[in-house]
Every structure is written in C-alpha cells, then in structure tokens.
Design a protein around this ligand. Structure first.
Ligand code: NAD
Ligand code: ISE
Length: 333
C-alpha cells in the first residue's frame, strides 16, 4: 500500500518534489496539497488530490499519513509542531526553522513524543559525490581533516523575495550541515567577511566569506555568492594531514564549436542535486512508512540554525561569534 503524503507549499521546490513523488518514486501517493495561494495549490495538485487552504487541516486530515513541508522557512515551526502533535512523519525543507527558540521548540516536542518524526531537507548528504568524499575522510587514510573549503554559488536568486539575511540563514545552512556531517564535527564559532560588493543584485549583501570554527580545531572556509550569473557551482575540498580529497567535476557533454570547447554547468539546485533529492525521498518514504524518520534530524536543523544566527551576529559585530548548544538529547545520539 502506498504512503499517503500531503505537500504544504507548492512553489518552486514543492512542485519539483510533487513531480518526483508522483512520477519518479514508488510506494508513495500525493493525496493532498496546501498553499496560501489556492490557485498555486490547485495548479500543482495531482489528479484526485485534496486541496486545502489551511495547512493545519491538511496535517490533521485522514487523507495523509505523512507530510512534506515546502513553505517558507518562517512558516515551518507551526507546521512541524502540528505534525509532531499528530504523530505524523514529516519531511521539512531547510531551513528547519529560522530562530534558536523555534528549533528548541521542535526538539522539545519531538523528544516528548519519544520517536523521531522529523527529517530536514539537507539533500547534500544523499548526493553520491558527497557520500564518496565522506567515505574517504572517514576511512582515515589521509589523516585528520584540518580544513574544508566549501564553495556555494547560485546563478541568481529571486529579486525582492531573497533578502540580505538569506545568504546566511537560507543558503549557508547547507554548508554548515554538510561540514558538520563530512568532518563529524560541531561548529563552535563563526566569523564573516564581506568582500567587495557585487552590484548584480542591487543592494543585496553579496558575496560572503564565512569561517566556521569547529570543536576539533578544524576550520571551514565558505564562499557564498548568490548572483554569479554563470551557473550553479558547488565545490568542496577537504585538506587532511597527508592528502586532499575533493568533490569531482560533474561529468557533462563536451561541446566543441566555432566558439571553442566547453562543458555545461547546472543552472540551479534542481539540476545539480536531482539524484540527491530522489535518494533523500527514497530513504524518507521507507522510514515514514514505518512511522519514523531518517537522515538529517531536528538536532541537525538546530545546529545549522545556530550557525546561521551566529553568522548574522558576526556580520553586525565583525567579531568571532561563539555558539553554545544544549546537551544532545538521547533521541539524536
Ligand atoms: P517558493 O516561494 O517558490 O514557494 C514557497 C511556497 O510556499 C509558495 O507557494 C507560498 O505561497 C507557500 N507558503 C508560504 N507560506 C505558507 C504557509 N504558511 N502555508 C502554506 N503555504 C505557504 O519557495 P521555494 O524556493 O519553493 O522554497 C520553499 C522552501 O524550500 C524554503 O524553505 C527553501 O529554503 C527551501 N528550498 C530548499 C532547496 C534545497 O536545495 N533543499 C531548494 C529550494 C528551496
Ligand atoms: C535554496 O533555497 C536552496 O536550498 C539551494 O540549495 C541553495 O543553493 C540556494 O541558495 C537557496 O536559496
């Protein structure tokens, strides 16, 4: 029997996830959708799916066993808490929430429930290249990881909707999560440097250089550029004691013509991480069918929120902003 899924938020990624849940993956059916724009929800609803104006009514409905949240970050907390309250497994797009207080509320609710229900949409952990990179580091043949360089470039971001806090609380969260996961480390402090301003996005603060200081002493250097025009370019290189391990260049057809020889670069996250999103949902469906969750947890959502908060403070202060975490609940051990 198929897992009956309700999707909240039918914008860019909501539509893409509905496509993969209905056309790519098996063992799952999208039985309900909700959006604050009824028109957008109706346009995205697969045949036979119920359309809800109120996302909380979708969560409570018998037509759904599990929920996928693709609304805007600030709306996630209320929707996550309603899913936990209903005892329904929930996949929530990143950022899990947008403040430390909200993250703690989610952790408190889930630990009180007593079983993992929340999976956060950090899809890089499901990408084959990142998984091979982690296997090399964990294998230990290169010695301890000392530095990680993470390059995160977007061709463009939606003008007006994507504001100056978002390179840090919407985009950097991916680099924060993948760094913690790759290095098996925790971020304890953040510094931010602002290079020469790019005029492409008008007043939007861009680009950023972010330093993540880890508990082991390792340092992560992150470049965030969100209007770089030429493509969606994601790079990563770990420097260890006796060697370096890096993400490969993605294979792409080599085109030669009168303008020269070149290879295409992905346009956006949909293209670059298409297989990773498929795999994160494959694993989510198996766990959700058993009434639980796998992969990036509410704890990981909390940790990346703290990094974003510290980075936003560091932009203002220019200082090294420290992070302190609560003790990790046994649920996330
Ligand atoms: P979007 O603006 O295209 O779509 C968001 C949709 O949510 C809109 O249709 C909006 O009307 C709806 N919405 C907003 N608040 C709502 C609420 N309270 N209840 C119901 N619907 C609501 O944005 P998007 O690019 O699709 O991003 C959505 C989420 O997915 C964000 O959290 C974003 O950070 C995340 N995202 C993740 C990735 C990734 O690589 N994992 C990529 C893109 C977006
Ligand atoms: C977007 O929401 C994503 O999550 C993409 O993966 C990221 O590259 C982009 O910067 C975000 O805005």
């Amino acid at each position: 029997m198929s897992l009956k899924v309700g999707v909240i938020g039918t914008g860019m990624i909501g539509q893409d996830h509905i496509r993969r849940l209905t056309k790519v993956l098996s063992g799952v059916a999208v039985t309900a959708v909700a959006d604050i724009s009824r028109e957008r929800a109706e346009a995205a609803a697969p045949d036979g799916a119920a359309v809800f104006d109120d996302p909380l009514a979708l969560i409570a409905s018998d037509t759904v066993d599990a929920v996928v949240i693709c609304s805007w970050g600030p709306a996630h907390e209320e929707q996550l808490l309603a899913c936990i309250n209903a005892g329904k497994p929930v996949f929530c797009e990143k950022p899990m929430v947008t403040s430390e207080e909200s993250a703690l509320n989610v952790i408190k609710a889930e630990t009180a429930f007593g079983r993992r229900l929340v999976q956060v949409g950090f899809m890089r952990r499901f990408d084959a290249d990142y998984r091979r990179l982690k296997a090399v580091i964990d294998g230990g043949t290169l010695g301890a990881p000392l530095m990680y360089k993470s390059v995160h470039r977007n061709a463009s971001v939606p003008a007006g909707l994507y504001t100056s806090d978002m390179p840090l609380n919407d985009t950097l969260v991916h680099d924060a999560d993948i760094s913690r996961w790759l290095l098996s480390d925790e971020v304890t402090g953040v510094e931010v440097r602002l290079p020469r301003h790019s005029t492409i996005g008008g007043d939007l603060r861009d680009p950023h250089i972010v330093l993540l200081h880890c508990a082991s002493g390792a340092i992560v250097i992150v470049e965030i550029s969100v209007n770089i025009a030429y493509g969606y370019d994601i790079r990563g290189e770990v420097s260890c004691e006796t060697g370096v391990a890096a993400l490969p260049n993605r294979p792409a057809t080599v085109v030669s013509d009168a303008y020269g020889t070149r290879q295409a670069i992905p346009e956006d996250w949909r293209e670059r991480f298409i297989e990773a999103y498929d795999q994160e949902f494959r694993e989510w469906i198996v766990a959700a069918a058993q009434g639980t969750a796998t992969g990036p947890s509410a704890w990981d959502g909390y940790a990346s929120t703290l990094v974003a908060d510290a980075a936003l403070r560091a932009v203002e202060s220019g200082a090294h902003e420290k992070i302190s975490m609560i003790e990790k609940p046994a649920l996330y051990a």
